[in-house]
Design a protein around this ligand. Structure first.
Ligand code: MTE
Ligand code: MO
Length: 314
């Protein structure tokens, strides 16, 4: 049933229609001057041409947030700590050429360009809910491919139990990296079975186009059943390890941010409740909605945690 449609502004499917609707709305919203509009859009540029993509059974049928919501309310500390800093500063990042290195405990380490990855792995649209640990959420129509194909092709050794990820370090272009807000590079990690789960994707686009820079161009991870900080942006390295890798927010404050960080309404953050969340884009007085276990993805991922106490391994 997977329908294939081409990217680059083709009015050929519901998703493309969303794109156009949002775009019109966006242009009408007062950012109409070209300069501002393209800045807010994070220079969705000509860096890469997205290959054709198909729809996915894993997409939610909830309506995606507008492109404006998705590109103007971001966490990307490499570009500053304010929600609008990434939109203002990420255009400085050079995303082409870009290399993604795969190394560590595997028999087939390799380095890939973005073009090679897009040619090798078929792209799909995945409309997922993103739930930040700060208790807000949005619906994002990502385009990407399952990480498990790349993992299989890398032939991990038997000892490999975890996969770690690293973001680029380039303080000349990433203004936030000139200060020690976090320990750079930003690092994340998954257990290998979590990384192999079909929901875990490498995203190269959203809304039918390549990734805006503030969303982690040219390639980022998306793990929809975990808090947003696990979905690491602008990655340059994937490594297979035997030991649980060090991860940025866990290093920063292990009491507040665990390695697993599965969305869990029953385990509160020490400074705020995780029982509910604020959907972005609903306006100032929009009501909060209850947070779902595993962000609503339990049917696909609950098995990964059988026998674990998730209030201990939070
Ligand atoms: N390299 C890097 N990746 C990152 C972050 C970051 O600061 N640096 N922030 C994380 C957080 S806290 C969230 S909620 C999501 C936000 O993704 P979005 O801006 O595309 O919605 O990115 C995550 N990935
Ligand atoms: Mo977040």
């Amino acid at each position: 049933m997977a329908r294939t449609f081409k990217s680059k502004y083709q009015y050929s499917d519901i998703t493309a229609k969303y794109y156009w609707l949002n775009r019109r709305e966006f242009i009408a919203s007062g950012l109409a001057t070209l300069g501002l509009a393209s800045q807010a859009l994070g220079s969705v540029g000509d860096e890469y041409v997205l290959s054709a993509f198909s729809k996915s059974q894993f997409s939610t049928d909830q309506e995606p947030n507008s492109l404006e919501d998705i590109t103007t309310y971001n966490n990307f500390y490499e570009f500053g700590t304010g929600k609008k800093d990434p939109m203002k500063n990420a255009h400085n990042l050079t995303t082409k050429p870009w290399e993604l290195k795969v190394d560590g405990l595997c028999n087939n380490p390799s380095t890939y360009s973005i073009e090679e990855l897009m040619a090798k792995y078929p792209l799909e649209e995945r409309i997922y809910k993103l739930r930040c640990v700060e208790a807000w959420s949005m619906i994002v129509p990502w385009i990407g491919f399952e990480l498990n194909g790349l993992i299989r092709d890398s032939e991990p050794m038997n000892q490999a139990r975890y996969v770690s990820f690293e973001t680029l370090v380039r303080p000349e272009e990433m203004i936030g990296q000139r200060r020690g807000i976090l320990e750079w590079p930003y690092r994340e990690g998954l257990r290998i079975d979590e990384a192999m789960n079909p929901l875990t994707i490498l995203s190269v686009g959203l809304y039918g186009d390549i990734l805006p820079k503030q969303n982690g161009a040219p390639i980022r991870i998306v793990v929809p059943w975990k808090y947003g900080f696990k979905s690491i942006k602008s990655i340059v390295r994937i490594s297979f390890t035997e030991q649980m890798p060090a991860t940025t927010w866990n290093m920063q404050n292990p009491r507040e941010y665990g390695f697993y960080s599965n969305v869990n309404p029953n385990v509160n953050h020490p400074r705020w409740s995780q029982a509910s969340e604020r959907p972005i884009g609903g306006g100032l007085f929009a009501s909060r909605i209850p947070t779902e276990m595993f962000n609503g993805y339990g049917e696909y991922v609950a098995d990964l945690y059988t026998g674990m106490d998730l209030s201990v391994d939070y």
